[in-house]
Design a protein around this ligand. Structure first.
Ligand SMILES: [Zn+2]
Length: 388
């Protein structure tokens, strides 16, 4: 008797940022992968758009991977999907260089709300993720690079829920009279914004004459990863206690939201010591479309105009005027609303799409995001009347 085995495809998420729900092999070359998703502290607002997993034992024939269990809720609105028919996940054979699944490889089962991926693997092992991963290990490598600069300092604003450092990076040359604060990764799944921050930081410490102008005119205070626990644990948009790091700015708690507590304390201490914040910007990713949201006025107009000249920012619907913070329900205030409302800071929020970019006519690559980081700090300098 010769035993017959179903060639088994194995799944693992046992690495930083890894996440997947249940995987079921339904045929030799067909697996169903439930996306784990994450709900908030009340079990509401489930969002299911972070998955990052490795498959081993793949056949060299076409395989089919169904992403399932995608239904979510957004701002208490049910029937919300953050994986959509236009989602194009990424894959890698070495967990370092990534490419998007192309349009011929992705279909959407609208009846079951499944995203179906098809691929003929070149190797027996593949990594798949919603967007190109950017973990605390990536940030640590960036730190070693940035700390070699005489213009950069890297500190912790405080411990996170799970005791990780909450990084705060400062770039300046001499004693600049003005200050810009930036923030990324309030939501762990939004890896694109980390690539943007990496591009911004590398440019700011560079020998480029434009970078020298920016760091002589502005102190750059940057929170590159506002929820390192969520990033490390492969979560979606809530901290280790389930709190949304871009809500709750009206009532941060040292136990429930230590990340907000630490960042808000750092910014208020800065303002209370009489130092300026000429511009604050929190960066986010969403499914489709880009926009800038902030206080009405010439700064918003100038920043939008400068962003419109970048290679990838889709500026048609910008600027948007921030909703009146007084109308925000308790516990739902975002960082830029809080800074506008409590301290009259010119505070903005930026959304950048992960789906196809209409300016580039393709999906944003890592290189596009790195380049946008450079363009972004130049655009900010220009909007504030410095630089070019
Ligand atoms: Zn976000």
């Amino acid at each position: 008797m010769v035993p017959i085995f179903l060639a088994a495809i194995a799944v693992t998420t046992f690495f930083e940022g890894g996440s997947l729900g249940r995987m079921e092999q339904v045929a030799p070359a067909h697996v169903q992968c439930a996306v784990e998703g994450q709900s908030d502290q009340d079990g509401r607002n489930r969002q299911a758009n972070w998955y990052y997993f490795r498959l081993d034992g793949l056949p060299r024939t076409e395989i089919r991977i169904d992403l399932t269990d995608l239904e979510g809720e957004y701002n208490y609105r049910p029937d919300s999907y953050s994986v959509t028919p236009r989602t194009r996940p990424v894959y890698s054979y070495d967990n370092r260089s990534w490419r998007h699944f192309d349009n011929t490889q992705v279909t959407w089962d609208d009846a079951r709300k499944h995203l179906i991926l098809r691929l003929t693997p070149q190797r027996g092992r593949i990594w798949i993720a919603h967007a190109v991963p950017y973990t605390t290990a990536h940030l640590f490598r960036l730190r070693r690079e940035i700390e070699r600069s005489p213009f950069a300092g890297w500190t912790s604003a405080g411990p996170t829920s799970q005791g990780r450092d909450l990084p705060l990076v400062t770039v300046a040359e001499g004693a600049p009279p003005r200050a810009v604060w930036l923030m990324a990764r309030q939501h762990a799944w939004e890896t694109g914004t980390s690539w943007v921050i990496e591009g911004a930081l590398r440019f700011l410490v560079s020998a480029d004459p434009g970078a020298a102008v920016l760091r002589r005119r502005f102190i750059w205070k940057i929170f590159p990863m506002a929820d390192p626990d969520g990033v490390a644990n492969g979560k979606v948009r809530f901290n280790a206690q389930g709190y949304d790091v871009n809500r709750n700015w009206d009532r941060p708690g040292s136990a429930s939201t230590p990340e907000i507590w630490a960042m808000k304390r750092a910014m208020l201490a800065w303002l209370d010591s009489g130092q300026p914040v000429d511009l604050f910007l929190a960066m986010h990713n969403q499914e489709s479309g880009d926009y800038l949201d902030g206080p009405e006025g010439p700064l918003a107009t100038r920043l939008t105009a400068a962003l419109a000249r970048t290679a990838s920012f889709q500026a048609e619907t910008s600027p948007r005027k921030t909703a009146d913070p007084k109308a925000v329900a308790a516990g739902r205030m975002m960082v830029h609303q809080s800074l506008q409302h409590e301290r009259s800071v010119p505070a903005f929020l930026m959304e950048m799409a992960v789906e196809e970019n209409r300016k580039l006519n393709r999906l944003r690559s890592v290189e596009d995001n790195l380049q946008f980081g450079r363009e972004l700090v130049l655009a900010i300098g220009e909007a504030l009347g410095e630089g070019k």
